[in-house]
Design a protein around this ligand. Structure first.
Ligand SMILES: [Ca+2]
Ligand SMILES: [Ca+2]
Length: 70
């Protein structure tokens, strides 16, 4: 996926409180809505941690975009 507009929409959909960052809890909810109920808090935490480039425990759009383009 290299469509930045689609990525922004997806990011905004996951970022339910609209603060510009995706937390593990928001990520987990988004996956659950997508039908993936196997994602636990610890799994969501480790997914976020693996994509979190600056170590603040949340995903910025830049980090989200970098992940999509890997
Ligand atoms: Ca948020
Ligand atoms: Ca981050």
């Amino acid at each position: 996926m290299a469509d930045i507009e689609a990525a922004r929409k997806e990011f905004q959909r996951i970022d339910t409180d609209g603060d510009g960052f995706i937390t593990a809890a928001e990520f987990k909810s988004a996956l659950a809505q997508g039908g993936d109920w196997n994602v636990t808090d610890s799994v969501a935490d480790s997914i976020i941690a693996s994509r979190d480039l600056n170590g603040d425990k949340v995903l910025s759009f830049d980090e989200f975009w970098t992940f999509l383009n890997k």
